[in-house]
Design a protein around this ligand. Structure first.
Ligand code: AMP
Ligand code: MG
Length: 400
């Protein structure tokens, strides 16, 4: 039985191969303030040395080491950040502040805490001096012409600040992926409306919609699909100008799983049964030429399959290299004595560095995902004892 299931790693490999075969290549130039979360389209090459000139790491005094025989030195100039210094007068030192350019001829800076300003205006150095101390060398961060960020880098605050430090006001990024989002199920009602008998509020629409937007996607919300083949066909036909149709629900082999039926009839459907818990059924296919990923409907299953499969797929279509979330090793605060056939992702919270298990791991629950800090990864056919190190994916790795 278990042999018929596709492992998560195999499913991810397949999805990443599909993504790499259909990259979203178009790009646009956006100002740095709007580039957060976007994917760099071209290598960022430094146009200047960083720092552009040697400068002081301290408030203190700059001197030429060879000029100093242990006697106090006269102060010949004062250099603040933003000023252009004169060459250092021989036999003197310069008052200098953090970030100010090193004057030509100086090769050493002493911090002011180790200096004594004498009544006659000269400076006594209280400790032995070393060459190059407290000097930030020109080009220590990067040299002009060097590649600072490769194409495919996802832009966060650090990458944007690096671009700013190189004088870049805008960056070329891949255009936003357009994703048509569908929720399926006759039982679904949008928040704000009244619930009829047997109905529940649609939570996946907001879960996936907000997550997609954080990923930088443009979401075309196609709303709730009734469990009806004709309506499903008509709604799918609206999703033409998109890069992906992402649906939730209706993908198992139940009678009411119309999305699966319609895609099957269109002839380009792979129904995957994953060795994954939560999140066994997953649809992957094309409709009218557009790639489709159908996530399972249970909210925790949607969450796990989006985090581990759909998110990496979308990022890879944008050319991102590192799409797998970081896994940390953390000790478990509980034992897992019974091996399962499917890889399991448990909602856990870190308390004093140990992973605590939420008592209710039902795939229908979101509340345990709110409580949790992330997912503990229990490989297929494996057990662990309390205190053993187990793979842990923080939610902060996959949200956004
Ligand atoms: P399905 O995959 O359609 O069989 O749905 C599995 C379970 O997830 C059922 O209990 C559905 O009611 C629930 N479900 C499906 N879609 C959603 C949704 N968009 N929001 C909340 N629950 C859903
Ligand atoms: Mg359904």
């Amino acid at each position: 039985m278990a042999a018929a299931l596709l492992s998560l790693d195999e499913a991810l490999e397949k999805l990443l191969a599909l993504a790499a075969a259909e990259p979203i290549l178009a790009c646009e130039s956006v100002p740095l303030e709007q580039a957060q979360g976007r994917v760099l389209a071209e290598d960022l090459i430094a146009g200047l040395d960083l720092p552009p000139w040697p400068n002081s790491a301290m408030d203190g005094y700059a001197l030429r080491l060879a000029d100093w025989q242990g006697e106090p030195l006269a102060v010949s100039q004062r250099i603040l950040a933003g000023q252009a210094p004169q060459p250092l007068a021989p036999g003197s030192c310069a008052r200098i502040f953090t970030g100010a350019p090193l004057p030509e001829g100086a090769d050493c800076i002493e911090m002011q805490e180790n200096c004594e300003l004498l009544a006659d205006g000269r400076v006594r150095f209280l400790q032995p001096l070393r060459a190059n101390s407290h000097i930030r060398a020109q080009g220590q961060e990067t040299r002009a012409g060097q590649r600072v960020l490769p194409a495919g880098t996802r832009l966060g605050p650090v990458q944007l600040a690096l671009a700013a430090s190189l004088g870049q006001a805008a960056l070329s990024v891949r255009r936003r992926p357009r994703v048509a989002l569908l929720s399926t199920g006759d039982e679904l009602v949008e928040p704000g409306a009244a619930l009829g008998p047997g109905q529940i509020y649609n939570s996946n629409r907001v879960l996936l919609g907000s997550w997609l937007r954080q990923l930088g996607c443009r979401v075309e919300d196609l709303g709730i699909l009734p469990d009806d083949a004709e309506a499903t066909r008509a709604r799918l036909a609206q999703a033409r100008e998109v890069d992906l149709i992402l649906s939730s629900g209706g993908v198992s082999v139940g009678e009411a799983d119309f999305l699966g039926q319609v895609l099957r009839a269109a002839g380009e459907l792979q129904l995957w049964k994953l060795a994954l818990k939560p999140g066994k059924p997953l649809t992957c296919g094309r409709y009218g030429g557009v790639p489709v990923i159908g996530l399972p409907g249970n909210p925790a299953s949607s969450l796990v399959t989006f985090a581990l499969l759909a998110r990496p797929y979308l990022l890879r279509r944008l050319g991102v290299e590192r799409v797998r979330p970081l896994r940390l090793q953390v000790p478990a605060a509980f034992a897992w004595p019974k091996a399962g056939g499917r890889r399991e992702y448990l909602r856990v919270r870190l308390e004093e560095g140990r992973a605590q298990l939420h008592p209710n791991q039902s795939s229908a629950l979101l509340i345990s995902a709110d409580w949790a800090d992330g997912l503990l990864e229990v490989p297929e056919q494996s057990t662990f004892a309390e205190g053993d190190a187990v793979g842990f994916i923080p939610f902060s790795e996959v949200f956004g």
